[in-house]
Design a protein around this ligand. Structure first.
Ligand SMILES: [Zn+2]
Length: 133
């Protein structure tokens, strides 16, 4: 009987230990979530701090963060020029307009001898026949 009592106690202990483990796990999960939340808050504040520092230091060449500031300014300039390009493209020739066909650029040949006549020439370079356009 003693054996079964001992066994029963052991099982009880194990169950209790498992319960403690589950509680520990839940507690650890909760703490890890708290850590994540704090880290997110730190990240947010660092971004805010960075923006503040940039605004405060961007025109100070002696600033300890002058390199970072100049890189940010450079990126801002790049953004502006990319936006300008977008506007140029948008205000440019209508994209729906038909693209000139390559056939229109066909090489002119002499009707008499078949020689290739350079663009703008009035006479065939081979036989002198006038080119009618
Ligand atoms: Zn010719």
């Amino acid at each position: 009987m003693a054996f079964f009592e001992k066994l029963g106690k052991k099982i009880g202990d194990a169950a209790e230990a498992a319960g403690d483990k589950a509680k520990d796990f839940a507690e650890i999960t909760k703490l890890n979530n708290s850590i994540s939340a704090e880290k997110k808050e730190i990240d947010r504040l660092i971004v805010e701090l960075g923006k503040w520092a940039f605004e405060a230091e961007k025109s100070n060449p002696e600033s300890p963060v002058a390199i970072q500031c100049s890189k940010i300014l450079e990126s801002k300039k790049n953004i502006e020029s990319f936006q300008e390009k977008i506007e140029e493209i948008k205000s440019g020739p209508d994209l729906e307009a038909p693209v000139p066909e390559v056939e229109n650029l066909e090489i002119v040949t002499c009707k008499n001898c078949g020689a290739i006549v350079p663009e703008g020439s009035k006479f065939c370079p081979e036989c002198g026949t006038p080119v009618d356009l």
